[in-house]
Design a protein around this ligand. Structure first.
Ligand SMILES: [Zn+2]
Length: 170
């Protein structure tokens, strides 16, 4: 569905009714992540319960279809297509934050290691970094990037511990 030329309110209604989907936004040159943030989580739904850290530059949250318990995304608030588009300062901040979060995930989840990947390919992507834990019983290597996804199961204690260690207040 072509959304170009429609007002934001119209697009919101089409998304709410299910007539328009995330793919339609992308095909119409609209970033779903930015649109979601600007319009009350209409694309991906409210993820407040999954946010573990936020500041003026980044949002860090547990993802709703993880490949491992503790699979976390770090996204910029500002729109960048991919890592190559980041200004140096944001890039530095993103990877220092990633390092900090990785260490915390390893500790809180008892993971053996934490893998990092960032792809963001295609026209309407929004820069983010994925952090995927690798547990003791799992083989070392790139297969950890494509472990089957499953539905997020909330572990309140871990969420609270992640927030506490990142000094994030709801
Ligand atoms: Zn965006």
């Amino acid at each position: 569905m072509e959304l170009r030329g429609l007002g934001a309110e119209e697009i919101v209604e089409l998304l709410k009714s299910g007539e328009a989907k995330r793919e339609d936004l992308m095909a119409s040159g609209i970033c779903p992540t930015c649109f979601d943030r600007e319009h009350d989580f209409v694309v991906f739904g409210d993820n407040e319960d999954k946010i573990i850290y936020e500041d003026e530059y980044f949002e860090v949250y547990l993802i709703s279809n993880p490949r491992a318990h503790g699979h976390i995304n770090i996204g910029t608030k500002k729109h960048f297509k991919d890592m190559m588009e980041l200004d140096d300062e944001t890039c530095k901040r993103a990877f220092l934050l990633a390092k900090k979060v990785m260490i915390i995930i390893r500790e809180v989840y008892g993971a053996k290691s934490v893998y990092l990947c960032t792809m963001c390919d295609g026209e309407m992507n929004h820069f983010h970094v994925q952090l995927i834990p690798r547990y003791a019983e799992e083989k070392i290597g790139s297969s950890n990037f494509v472990k089957p996804r499953f539905d997020y199961v909330e572990d309140k204690e871990k969420v609270m511990e992640l927030r506490r260690r990142l000094d994030y207040k709801e």
